[in-house]
Design a protein around this ligand. Structure first.
Ligand SMILES: [Zn+2]
Length: 66
């Protein structure tokens, strides 16, 4: 059963196609099977969301000191 993790492993974001696509990997780069352009792991929006996750939770969610 596919998980979200599988989705990100098997597809990458193509800026030219503006969507997540299947890709082919060569030694030095991965490229889109649709347009042969370079692909990246995340879209800009998803990368920002991911970085926000890495920075930690929103301060409003942090536990307050008693
Ligand atoms: Zn493409």
């Amino acid at each position: 059963m596919p998980t979200e993790d599988d989705f990100y492993r098997e597809k990458r974001y193509c800026p030219s196609c503006r969507t997540y696509v299947q890709f082919l990997s060569s030694l030095r780069r991965a490229h889109c099977i649709e347009c042969d352009g370079p692909v990246q792991l995340f879209s800009d929006a998803d990368r920002e969301a991911f970085q926000a996750l890495c920075r930690g939770r929103d301060p409003e969610d942090a536990p307050r000191r008693a």
